[in-house]
Structures are given as C-alpha cells and as structure tokens.
Design a binder for this molecule. Structure first.
Ligand SMILES: NC(=O)c1ccc[n+]([C@@H]2O[C@H](COP(=O)([O-])OP(=O)(O)OC[C@H]3O[C@@H](n4cnc5c(N)ncnc54)[C@H](OP(=O)(O)O)[C@@H]3O)[C@@H](O)[C@H]2O)c1
Length: 230
C-alpha cells in the first residue's frame, strides 16, 4: 500500500509509522517543526519525508504534487493552546483552529486527487469534539469541525468515485498529547474512565486496519475511549 501520514512527527504519527513500516508499504511522512522526531524506517519499500506546514496552501499542494497515487491518507496533525474563552486571545483561537481544522481541509483537498479507487482517508479527532472540555473550547470546536467535515466530505468522495472517508475519535492514550497531562489531571481522568486506564496505542492500529479493510464504512466517527463516552 502507498500510505501518507500527515503529522508523522507526533506521538501517534510515529507509532503509526512503526506499525506501517512493512515490506508491502511505501510511506510518505510529514513533519512541520520536529524533523528529528520522524522515525527512520527499516522495512518499507520506500520512504519519502516532506516538511509541510499544513496550514500553508502552497506547501500542501507541493507535497502532494510529487506523489503519483495513494491508497491511504492518514491525517493526524494536532495542537493545543488551552485557555478559558474570556481570557483566550484571538491568536490562541486562530492557531488552534488552523492547526487542527484548516490542516485537515488542505490535506484532504490536495490528497483526494491522489487517492486510488477504493482507497481511504482517516482523520483523527478527539472525544472532546463531542463532550467538550472547560478551557479547551478552541480545540473542541476544531475537533467537532473535523467530525462534521468528515461526514460531509465522505459523501463528496462517493459522488463520482469510491473513496472511503472516516474519522477515529480518541479518548486518552499513553502517547503524544496524552503524555503531556499533569499527574493530577491524569488521575482524575482515569477515575472517570470505566476501564480506569489510558488506552494502549495498539488499540489505534487495530481500528486503522479495520477501517481500511472495509468497503462499506462511510463518514463514521469511530470512538475508542475505554467507555468514557458511549
Ligand atoms: N494522544 C492522545 O491521547 C490523543 C487523544 C485524543 C486525540 N488525539 C488526536 O490525535 C492527533 C495526534 O495527536 P498526538 O498525540 O500524536 O499529538 P502530538 O504528539 O502533539 O503531534 C502533533 C503532530 O501534529 C503536527 N502538526 C501540528 N500543527 C501542524 C501544522 N500546522 N502542519 C503540519 N503538522 C502539524 C506536529 O508536527 P511538528 O511537531 O513536526 O510541528 C506533530 O506531528 C491529534 O489530532 C490529536 O488531537 C490524541
């Protein structure tokens, strides 16, 4: 498979790179600020690495223009700048909406041109996109936006062709952003999760494989969260 991971320098992007680094796959990996975090692959047929700011139209267009075709595009960019709305600056709002929502728009806009018939796009969202969270309204709005975007774009992608677009909405995982919480917040979140623990990243790749094996799953937001939201 030809697989593009947008946000391969993040915790989840790195994990997905390791899992998808097999001799059947050609990988296209992106970073924005953290080049050093891109995983050096061992097994993939080929690996191309691009520096792309996914809020920048021209950079996104250029990255996809060098690729012939893709079976799977995974969008896993994300960024948080928390504050209460009354104290949130316009900059905090704009940065978070741009890096969590515009990034997905531009990646899908140029990525869709390269996806083969029966190919897939997976957008990563968060449980917070449907539950909300005090102090993270900008992030919540962006993640809610990704979910609505995914549903509508999934219909567009079946209009003249067959490309399957779905989203995976994560609860709390022992990886990436999930490792940046204080001990106090981590403990209080764990108490609210019916399984009483953060998710193992293994659960994420299982769902990615399930989604890409399906040819009938359309515009779904698949929640993996240990029962935190049902
Ligand atoms: N980890 C969790 O427990 C968890 C829970 C719920 C949802 N999620 C969601 O899962 C996704 C990945 O999260 P993560 O934990 O892997 O986060 P992370 O470790 O902070 O990684 C974020 C990634 O997004 C990239 N990025 C941010 N802004 C970008 C931009 N403008 N252009 C290009 N790339 C950009 C970063 O690139 P650079 O570092 O190179 O700049 C990095 O690769 C996010 O959508 C997040 O909201 C994660």
């Amino acid at each position: 498979m030809k697989i593009f991971i947008a946000g391969a320098s993040g915790g989840i992007g790195r994990y997905l790179t390791k899992e998808l680094d097999t001799k059947e796959n050609r990988l296209y990996l992106t970073y924005n600020k953290s080049k050093e975090k891109i995983i050096k692959t061992k097994y993939a047929l080929s690996t191309d690495v691009f520096k792309v700011d996914f809020t920048n139209n021209k950079e996104v267009e250029a990255a996809f223009s060098s690729i012939e075709s893709l079976d799977l595009l995974i969008n896993v960019m994300g960024h948080v700048e928390n504050n209460m709305i009354s104290r949130m600056t316009e900059e905090e709002w704009d940065n978070v909406i741009a890096s969590n929502l515009k990034t997905y728009f531009l990646s899908c806009k140029y990525g869709i041109e390269k996806i083969v018939e029966n190919g897939h796009i997976i957008n990563f969202s968060s449980i917070l996109g449907s539950t909300g969270m005090i102090g993270a309204t900008n992030y919540v709005a962006a993640k809610g936006g990704i979910e609505s975007f995914t549903k509508s774009f999934a219909l567009e992608c079946l209009h003249r062709r067959r490309v399957f677009v779905n989203a995976i909405a994560l609860g709390y995982f022992k990886i990436g952003l999930g490792l940046k919480l204080s001990k106090k917040i981590e403990d209080s979140v764990k108490n609210r999760i019916p399984l009483n623990e953060f998710g193992d990243p293994e659960e994420i790749i299982k769902v990615v494989k399930y989604v890409t094996s399906s040819k009938y799953l359309v515009g779904q937001i698949i929640h993996i969260n240990g029962g935190l939201r049902i």
